[in-house]
Ligand binder design. Structure first.
Ligand SMILES: C[S@@+](CC[C@H](N)C(=O)[O-])C[C@H]1O[C@@H](n2cnc3c(N)ncnc32)[C@H](O)[C@@H]1O
Length: 505
């Protein structure tokens, strides 16, 4: 904080004091957190907040203050004792905040492990900003700061490196929008953006000042390092001498997709060709992205040739050394969505979407291996053959299994629809290296706009499977509807359905 804001702009150390009940301990009970208050400049907003009087003061109906070092009853200009009104209730907040932690049954509890109470953020945001100001939280977790900022009429930016945090925040803020709407209040729209693929860039960027031969060598070394990293995170062994295959694991071959491009149909066809050449039948294909529409067709074609291909996402955590060392990197199975358009019987310019299937391709951990390695009194969630299974070992080492996903809908946490996907091009601003000017450029992608969504919350586990009807009004012709599903692990999958707006029935 000293580095970011400068030592001189340190304002207070706040003790956030809360009550906590727990059993006996060999130390003093920990009942506070420390909040460091820094300002961006010496000229900053500070709206004094008030906290209730302590008990003895509360009996009196007058306002007290310190004058000449003595605590006295305060008078107005006319000499009358100040009565407590809404405005002067309480004393100015000092640097010890007594704010209770979220109670186990509190409505605001989301279930995010480090969630903070809204009352804490409310005091901080009210003190240091005014309506319409911008609030940022770069470690947003469950989105408490953004939720409070939205409720208090502030603009906000929230970031987090965890996809679970982003997804939790997304759902929480839609909840806040719904609540504000129900109360007849204004609320803001928000967008979810992915930052660049910086870690991946590292593996393809070569020093432009090198000679061609050196550049080639540098690129080859970087590619080899990238392969090594992915194979070690996947716990696969390296293989040599194949064009398509890079490793093997548990009786299956492993292919690592390109670092900066999606896995394409051509890429998968090459794999099928080489499988046939060597009579291999089982392959895992690891990729950061997969071309849209690739599945399930290409997998069915492979299966028809006796080849079982399991596509898996390479997660961003592979770039986190500690996660790799601790074997915490999970390669989630690629899923695919089936959705159908429903045309209004009378007016074909009104279309809804029904979600009809969501499948996850293959297995992840071996149940048997997990059972052997699990400690007594522990449990683990395992994905195998498209089902999520909870494995538990009791204190005597007896293993029990519970299938958590009975139906395909159990996989889904959230789904949303953009009824006119290709209407919003993703534009970025880039500096032109020759002129030095900023120019707007289309990335070739489109911005997904959440026009309708349904999701589960802790309290309401229901999910609607048919969207509302969307009215295209005077528009007609071919449109693309994008359907996005976020599964219970926080993975995003998207599919596009073609519709004909206003066509003949
Ligand atoms: C203590 S939690 C924040 C909890 C939040 N105040 C709430 O009320 O839910 C910290 C968050 O920081 C995120 N985080 C940790 N390192 C980060 C980084 N380098 N960049 C962005 N987010 C990070 C974690 O994923 C975690 O969600």
């Amino acid at each position: 904080m000293d580095e970011v804001f400068g030592k001189d702009l340190f304002r207070n150390e706040i003790i956030w004091w809360y009550k906590r009940w727990s059993g006996a301990a060999s130390t003093y009970q920990k009942m506070h957190d420390n909040v460091y208050f820094y300002a961006k400049s010496s000229n900053h907003i500070f709206n004094v907040q008030h906290q209730p009087y302590s008990q003895p003061d509360a009996i009196e109906n007058t306002v007290r203050g310190v004058i000449d070092g003595k605590l006295v009853r305060l008078k107005d200009e006319k000499g009358n004792y100040l009565e407590r009104t809404k405005k002067n209730v309480g004393v100015p907040c000092h640097d010890v905040f007594e704010i209770q932690h979220i109670q186990p049954t509190a409505g605001e509890r989301i279930g995010y492990p480090t969630q903070k109470p809204e009352a804490l953020l409310e005091r901080i945001i009210k003190a240091s900003s005014n309506e319409g100001d911008l609030i940022a939280d770069f470690f947003c977790g469950s989105g408490t700061t953004a939720a409070v900022a939205e409720k208090l009429g502030r603009k906000w930016i929230a970031t987090d490196l965890g996809k679970f945090a982003i997804h939790t925040t997304r759902k929480r803020l839609i909840g806040v929008q719904r609540q504000l709407k129900a109360e007849g209040k204004d609320y803001r729209a928000f967008e979810i953006l992915n930052l660049g693929k910086y870690e991946r860039q590292h593996y393809i960027a070569v020093n432009p000042d090198l000679r061609e031969e050196q550049k080639r060598q540098q690129l080859a070394a970087k590619e080899a390092a990238f392969l090594e990293l992915i194979l070690s995170a996947y716990r696969a062994e390296k293989t040599e001498g194949f064009a398509a295959f890079h490793g093997k694991k548990a009786g299956r071959l492993v292919v690592v997709g390109p670092v900066n491009l999606p896995v394409t149909r051509l890429f998968v066809e090459e794999i099928i060709l080489e499988c046939r050449k060597h009579h291999f039948t089982k392959v895992d294909v690891l990729g950061f992205e997969f071309e849209m529409g690739l599945f399930p067709n290409v997998l069915d074609e492979a299966r028809a040739k006796g080849i079982d291909i399991a596509p898996k996402y390479i997660p961003a955590e592979v770039f986190d050394k500690r996660a790799v060392e601790k074997n915490q990197v999970v390669f989630h199975d690629v899923a695919f969505i089936e959705a159908k358009p429903l045309y209004d019987k009378e007016r074909t310019n009104r279309i809804a979407v029904r979600l009809t299937d969501f499948s996850v391709f293959y297995s992840q951990d071996s149940l048997a291996a997990v059972e052997v390695n699990l400690k007594n009194k522990a449990s683990k969630i395992v994905v195998e053959r498209g089902q999520i299974i909870k494995i538990e070992k009791n204190r005597d080492g007896i293993v029990s299994r519970e299938v958590l996903t009975q139906k395909w809908t159990d996989w889904i946490d959230y789904w949303s629809v953009d009824f006119d996907f290709e209407s919003k091009r993703e534009i970025i601003r880039e500096k032109n290296p020759d002129s030095g000017e900023f120019e707007e450029k289309w990335t070739g992608d489109f911005v997904f706009e959440n026009e309708w969504q349904s999701f589960r919350t802790k309290k309401d586990r229901n999910l609607e499977l048919t969207s509302v009807f969307y009215d295209y009004k005077n528009e007609s012709g071919r449109k693309k509807i994008a359907v996005k599903v976020v599964d219970i692990f926080g993975n995003d999958t998207m599919t596009i359905i073609d519709v004909n707006v206003g066509g003949k029935r």
